[in-house]
Design a protein around this ligand. Structure first.
Ligand code: SF4
Length: 431
């Protein structure tokens, strides 16, 4: 595209705005990029909801309107863009709520569950991604075949849903977060299915011949399953070597808001008695960059009289550590997938009612990690809810301009993470 405003090739050398829209300043671009990333996150959740034939007309209409506002020379109004970005957060809350509703309607209310991380003797299929319906179908189609089904990464919370956990051959959770795929998949001798993001491409000569994709996921050279007929995957698993019988530790998941609110009396009592001083929501995406050790160190240093809430795959950095309990309340409470941020919000809102204060006045600190677009959508939801003082890292998104960051700091007290000790000290003071 040739830009008629500066006569540069749009997006090429010399183009400062990447889209040939030099009439707009970098702050408008920053907000438009934020909006587009947020919309991608909403699209993922809306897609999952549609697998259950559920949709939200208002969210759909917003997607069209919001994308329209990012076209060349539609709006030069910064406040209008800010409002659109916050509206994106509101719509993301709606779609997460819808997704939670269809998950619960179809699979039951999640219950706290200890998940085995070992393996059972026999053939196996490893499922990674986020789509629970795919997993249910695989479980049905492999029942009685002797094949064990393992979850990887963000599929971990599946073990907590009654309609999924009832399958005896849902054997356990294998490996770590998405960036461990190459190592984990190489070591897993069975067949592997990727049903959504985050997928890594295999290195040459490794597991491509036993890798399958379905849904929106795709890897060049891997067999793609178009409908939910998993017979090719199952046949492949039968030809591959067995997994060994191997013990693994248990990790907990399934603290949906209905489960946490079931403990509400205990939690409120422990807070009032001073036994729980603070909650830390350490949530978000994992990634391969070294700075992400911040989250492990943070979790390790959270004082014994505090509770850690987790969601999404960032938890794999520390969810095998022993955190103990306070009066029977686990100190590490895994709420689930990233979309279960909806549950975390419900818990925060319920506690704010009990303590008759705003969410910002509760002893809760938000320590978030971002990597991909759903995390952006969730961050916008928290801002839409006017949640202040969120710590964000490990680095700030490159698409946030200096002025937009200033607005976020002034309006929402967003705090880029610094060092664990400094951040923890401030957080414990409620700052
Ligand atoms: S939580 Fe985010 S980074 Fe992790 S697997 Fe899901 S989409 Fe990917």
């Amino acid at each position: 595209m040739f830009c008629d405003q500066c006569e540069q090739t749009a997006g090429g050398t010399g183009c400062t705005t990447r889209m040939g829209t030099c009439g707009k300043d970098e702050d408008i671009h920053s907000l438009q990029d934020t909006l587009v990333y947020g919309l991608k996150g909403i699209a993922a959740y809306a897609y999952h909801a549609r697998q259950f034939e559920a949709r939200d007309e208002e969210v759909d209409a917003f997607m069209h309107e919001a994308l329209f506002t990012t076209l060349t020379n539609v709006s030069f109004d910064l406040n209008q863009h800010l409002a659109m970005v916050l509206k994106c957060g509101e719509m993301n809350l709606k779609i997460m709520e819808l997704l939670d509703k269809v998950h619960v309607e179809n699979f039951g209310n999640p219950v706290p569950t200890a998940v085995d991380t070992g393996t059972r003797k026999g053939p196996g299929i490893l499922v990674t991604g986020h789509d629970l319906l795919d997993l249910q179908e695989i479980l049905k189609q492999t029942e009685g075949t002797g094949i064990n089904i393992y979850t990887h990464g963000e599929m971990l919370p599946a073990h907590a849903y009654p309609e999924l956990k009832k399958f005896k051959h849902l054997a356990g959770n294998y490996g770590g977060a998405w960036q461990e795929q190459r190592k984990d998949f190489n070591a897993f001798p069975g067949a592997i299915l990727v049903n959504t993001n985050c997928v890594m491409t295999p290195q040459a000569g490794t597991y491509l011949d036993r890798l399958f994709t379905c849904n929106v996921a795709g890897v060049q050279g891997a067999a793609h399953i178009k409908t939910r007929d998993f017979s090719a995957l199952i046949q492949k698993a039968k030809t591959l070597p067995s997994l060994p019988e191997a013990n693994g530790q248990k990790i907990m998941t399934g603290f949906h808001h209905t489960a946490i609110l079931g403990l509400a009396d205990k939690i409120v009592g422990a807070v009032k008695a001073g036994k729980i001083k603070r909650f830390f929501l350490i949530g978000g995406c994992d990634g391969a960059r070294p700075g992400r050790n911040y989250y492990t160190e943070f979790a390790e240093k959270v004082p014994q009289d505090c509770v850690i809430l987790t969601l999404a795959c960032g938890k794999y950095r520390f969810n095998k550590l022993e955190f103990g309990a306070i009066d029977g309340i686990p100190r590490l409470i895994d709420i689930g997938q990233c979309n279960n941020a909806y549950s975390a919000i419900q818990v925060a809102l319920a506690l704010s009612k009990v303590f008759n204060c705003s969410v910002n006045e509760l002893p809760i600190s938000f320590v978030l990690s971002w990597f991909e677009q759903k995390a952006v959508a969730i961050l916008l939801t928290l801002l839409y809810l006017n949640i202040k003082g969120i710590r964000l890292g490990p680095t700030l998104p490159a698409f946030i301009s200096k002025n937009v960051l200033n607005v976020l700091v002034e309006k929402f007290d967003i705090k880029p993470v610094t060092t664990v000790d400094a951040d923890l000290e401030q957080a414990l003071k409620g700052k």
